[in-house]
Design a protein around this ligand. Structure first.
Ligand code: ZN
Length: 199
């Protein structure tokens, strides 16, 4: 089974949340967005523990209903407890964003088989996207294919124990995501040092 790696899931979810963040009045800080995006890893952890394969939480129906229930319970609980509501005014936004991050997981997994609509539709969905680039000057695209595959989901197909969950590209992406924070930190310490100089 082809597997999408951990950082790719977190990256994908972060991008979705960043876009959504633009449309809401209360803006979540970037650090929070990345933290909330970590929930995008959960479907793998839960399903691996429960069944060893990509169900039931890789299903948008199962995950969607579960998260809807969770959000409604939280919404009811917070609204009937004014104390908590005034102490954590944005907690429902956090939960909603974490839920959306969770739901990006099955979509990003589509490079392998995903039972997207289990249990109503027990088949597996897969998106095949291939682009072959010939390394010449200028580079040429020799092959391009895009296809959607719907076939019997293999419920015996367990997670490949040897599958790389973290790849070189992940390390590179993590570095790129972390870079702005490092630069910000360096700028801050530089300012502190300069202000010490001036004293
Ligand atoms: Zn997965």
């Amino acid at each position: 089974m082809k597997m999408t790696t951990i950082f790719f899931h977190v990256m994908g979810a972060s991008l979705v949340l960043l876009v959504l963040n633009r449309f809401q009045d209360f803006k979540l800080p970037l650090e929070y967005i990345i933290l909330l995006s970590l929930t995008a890893v959960l479907p793998d952890l839960i399903d691996k523990a429960l069944t060893g394969t990509r169900f039931p939480f890789h299903s948008l129906l199962v995950s969607g209903l579960f998260l809807l229930f969770l959000n409604l319970v939280a919404w009811y609980y917070i609204n009937s407890n004014p104390d908590i509501k005034s102490r954590y005014p944005n907690i429902l936004s956090y939960l909603l964003f974490a839920s959306i991050a969770f739901l990006t997981h099955p979509i990003l997994d589509l490079e392998g088989q995903v039972p997207l609509f289990y249990p109503l539709d027990t088949r597996g969905y897969q998106l095949n996207f291939d682009i072959v680039i010939v390394q010449s000057i200028p580079p040429q695209i020799s092959n391009f294919s895009l296809g959607f595959l719907i076939e019997k989901f293999d419920y015996d197909l367990t997670y490949d124990q040897e599958g790389a969950l973290i790849s070189t590209i992940d390390v590179l992406l993590a570095f790129l995501i972390g870079l702005p924070f490092v630069v910000k930190g360096l700028q801050k310490s530089y300012k502190v040092l300069r202000s010490l100089d001036n004293d």
